[in-house]
Design a protein around this ligand. Structure first.
Ligand SMILES: Cc1cc2nc3c(=O)[nH]c(=O)nc-3n(C[C@H](O)[C@H](O)[C@H](O)COP(=O)(O)O)c2cc1C
Length: 189
């Protein structure tokens, strides 16, 4: 699979079946984040790969309503960082979320290439996640990446809207709505 194919194949599926989690898989996912660029090469990203069944079960209690489908995950990648790990510019720009997001996207595309679903979510209780995994208070838990294999069988816990998203990729803005050539122009709405 080339990069373009991985970009097109990647989907936030919610019907998951189990997949074997190996040390090799974790290594290749970690390395795909490791090689990504970051401001001053600060590498602000931190990951916990959770695949122990009992700890996964504990993490289920941190999922928000509507994310019950994530209980079928074979692994949950907990993504965290803190602003001090990365560039803070004199004018206030902070880069830790941007750089961690880019590295995590690289990891998601690699997982896609390996035939896996890697679905990031914001719907969880970060305080609970920190408490369960002993993550220090000053860290920000940015996302949980839900990992499994796409199942053809529709997950019975999905809502109508989620079933529709499973069948058809949610609509995107047309490119003209978010791209300008050479200069910004007000009237592309
Ligand atoms: C930061 C972020 C947070 C998200 N949070 C959730 C979530 O809590 N629950 C969920 O089911 N999907 C979540 N998603 C998945 C999006 O809904 C999904 O990517 C979007 O609808 C587009 O679908 P596609 O990725 O299959 O193209 C999240 C995605 C991102 C990037």
């Amino acid at each position: 699979m080339n990069v373009e194919e991985a970009i097109r194949m990647r989907r936030a599926y919610r019907s998951l079946e189990p997949v074997e989690i190996t040390g090799e898989l974790i290594k290749t996912l970690a390395e795909s984040a490791q090689l990504f660029c970051s401001c001053f090469n600060n590498q602000p990203w931190r990951y916990i790969f959770v695949y122990d069944k009992d700890i996964l079960k504990e993490l289920h209690s941190a999922l928000s309503k509507g994310n019950e489908w994530a209980q079928s995950a074979s692994m949950i990648i907990v993504v965290f960082s803190k602003q001090e790990y990365d560039c803070i510019m004199k004018d206030g720009r902070r880069y830790y979320l941007f750089d961690t997001g880019m590295a995590t996207a690289s990891m998601i595309l690699r997982a896609t290439e390996l035939g896996l679903v890697a679905h990031p979510i914001a719907g969880f209780d970060p305080a609970k996640v920190k408490q369960i995994l002993n993550i220090p208070e000053e860290m920000e838990v940015i996302t949980l990446v839900i990992v499994g294999k796409h199942s053809e069988r529709m997950n019975p816990v999905l809502s109508e809207k989620q079933i529709e998203a499973e069948r058809n990729r949610p609509e995107r803005l047309p490119v003209e709505k978010f791209v300008w050539h050479n200069k910004y122009q007000q009237d592309n709405d």
